[in-house]
Design a protein around this ligand. Structure first.
Ligand code: ZN
Ligand code: ZN
Length: 219
C-alpha cells in the first residue's frame, strides 16, 4: 500500500465521516456507558436491581473523594414511611439500612437517591459535624450532588403512594360504622376506644397473598 497517497487531512476526514467503523472487530463490543449520570433512565434497564455495595464504593469515589468509611450497609425489610436510616453505634461502626419494601416499588433512581442521602449522613457523622441531621451541611451536599448528577436528593422524601400500597392488611369494623383500616403489619387496630364509640369489632377482610409471614411458614 502506498501510504504517500494518504495525507493527514484525508485521514482526519475519514475518521470524522465514519467514526463507528474504527473498531477493528466485527462484533459490536458491549460498552458500559461511561458518562451516564447515576440517575440516567438507561440504568433502569441496564442494571435494574443494583448491587448497593458496588454503588456505595462508586459513589464514595465519585462524590466524596473516597473519604467515607466502610459501612455496614444492608437492605432492610422494615415497612415504614421512611426509606433509609444511617447511624453510628457506640463502638464507632456505621450502619446504613435501605428499606426494601418501599424502594422495590420505586424506580432504581430512587434507590440511588436514597443511598446518596444516607451517604451524606455518613459524611456528616465522620466529620463530627454538629448539624448531622438535615441541617446546612446536609443541604450543601444535597445541592452539590444534585447539580452534578441531575438527581433529586431531598431531605424528606415523600413516597406516600408507595407506602399506601404496602398497607396490605385490611380490617373492617362489623359494627354500625363499618370503618375500614389498612395496615402494613398483620396486627388488628386497637379496639378499646373504638368499642366505646361504636361497639363494633375489627374483622380481617384482606390478607396479602404473598405476605412475608406466610412465606416464612411455608419454608
Ligand atoms: Zn436523612
Ligand atoms: Zn365501628
Amino acid at each position: 500500500m502506498d501510504l504517500s497517497k494518504f495525507n493527514t487531512q484525508n485521514l482526519i476526514t475519514k475518521v470524522r465521516a465514519k467514526p463507528r467503523y474504527r473498531n477493528h472487530s466485527n462484533r459490536k463490543p458491549y460498552q458500559k456507558p461511561k458518562e451516564l449520570s447515576v440517575v440516567d433512565p438507561q440504568w433502569e434497564v441496564l442494571d435494574p436491581k443494583p448491587d448497593i455495595h458496588a454503588l456505595y464504593k462508586e459513589f464514595n469515589v465519585k462524590f466524596f473523594k473516597g473519604k467515607l468509611p466502610e459501612v455496614d450497609l444492608k437492605w432492610s425489610n422494615r415497612v415504614t414511611k421512611g426509606s433509609g436510616i444511617t447511624k453510628r453505634t457506640t463502638t464507632g461502626k456505621y450502619i446504613v439500612r435501605l428499606y426494601k419494601p418501599l424502594l422495590d416499588l420505586r424506580p432504581r433512581s430512587t434507590t440511588v437517591e436514597i443511598l446518596l442521602h444516607e451517604m451524606i449522613h455518613v459524611y456528616q457523622l465522620t466529620n463530627g459535624r454538629k448539624d448531622w441531621e438535615h441541617g446546612p451541611t446536609f443541604h450543601y451536599h444535597k445541592r452539590r450532588i444534585n447539580k452534578l448528577t441531575g438527581a433529586n436528593i431531598t431531605a424528606y422524601p415523600d413516597y406516600e403512594e408507595e407506602y399506601d400500597l404496602l398497607k396490605r392488611h385490611w380490617w373492617q369494623c362489623n359494627g354500625p360504622c363499618g370503618e375500614i383500616e389498612r395496615r402494613t403489619m398483620n396486627r388488628p387496630p386497637s379496639t378499646k376506644a373504638h368499642k366505646r364509640k361504636c361497639g363494633g369489632k375489627f374483622i380481617k377482610i384482606s390478607d396479602p397473598e404473598d405476605s412475608p409471614s406466610k412465606k416464612r411458614r411455608k419454608v
